[in-house]
Design a protein around this ligand. Sequence first.
Ligand SMILES: Nc1nc2c(ncn2[C@@H]2O[C@H](COP(=O)(O)OP(=O)(O)OP(=O)(O)O)[C@@H](O)[C@H]2O)c(=O)[nH]1
Length: 363
Amino acid sequence: MQLNKIPATVVTGFLGSGKTTLLSNVLKQAKGKRIAVIVNEFGELDIDADLLRSCPLECEDDAAQMVAGDAENGIYELANGCICCTVEEEFLPVMQQLVARRDDIDHILIETSGLALPKPLVQAFNWPDIKQYCTVDAVITVVDGPAIAAGRFANDEERVQAQRLADDSLDHDPSLQELLDDQLSAADLVVVSKNDLLSDDDQTKVAAVVNRIVPSEVKTAYVSHGEAELDVLLGIESAAEERIDAVHTHHDHHHDHGEHHDHAHDHFDSFVLRFGDVDSEKLQQQLKTLIAENNIYRAKGFASLPGKPMRQVFQAVGKRLDVHFDRLWQAEETRQTQLVVIGKDLNEAELKAALAQAEVQPA
Ligand SMILES: Nc1nc2c(ncn2[C@@H]2O[C@H](COP(=O)(O)OP(=O)(O)OP(=O)(O)O)[C@@H](O)[C@H]2O)c(=O)[nH]1
């Protein structure tokens, strides 16, 4: 007898492409649905879980109920590291817990880290303990529209040259291209994010990159601020685990042989920088300068400003830096400034010293 399996949606996509933004929109829209969320981050701080958990001022009462239990507020944070390399140690035990509580769960949402390969994760759904009770509703691959249109993951020489001329700091990197290919080749739905920043011409460029990899039956949705209709995202019923073994990727060899070194993500540096109160303007200036001068793909975190009761979120993706206040610091929290930085060939001490100039000494 075929039981009703719990559908699980895997949201993958490069660093800063917009996965958390999409997930938070699903949680807002999925009225009354009981949703378990699994979040996996590359950096050492669980910023995404924290952002999903924090209820913004306009938070609606009828948003999805997160499935509580062992996890705080229904968000299961997988330990640091890439989900694709820790499937057995980290992912399976969480799935086993969820399967044991299947009567309380309508849907599972999984956000992979930006450097993760979706294939090994989807393959884990074929483990007998999981397969019986759970199926992959869809792999949703979020691609950063403006980054792709700017040729950041370019593969053809002409575009690489154009990109080099336009922008020295975002040198073409074949490992980024391979990661994009592998994330796209597993997709049941492609979400092109940040559509608000795309011109018609940009959309055409992005479509060309996407269509090079995904078959024509895979749909592409252009989305601004994560605001896609729930029907587009959930209920795709792809059972992706059934066909994942046949999907060819650049990294098949490494995983098939249990070799986890030489992954795309092994070539990245990631660290957390901590400071006390900071001058926000100065921190923004310093960060922008560092981003212009180094290969920083992603920086994100929270800033503590002197005398301000609210926490300030810092989000840098490529050259863009967004800064906004999200919520009050809570009594039990230590107020401090913390930034995760992810990139290549980074000198942690130098970056730390540069950003420390924004620190404000207590009066
Ligand atoms: N303008 C614009 N900004 C967006 C959109 N979607 C996401 N962003 C911004 O892009 C940044 C990264 O978004 P996230 O949702 O955190 O991306 P992510 O893929 O979860 O990032 P990682 O987990 O670090 O890989 C944030 O500053 C978002 O506010 C969009 O549609 N339009």
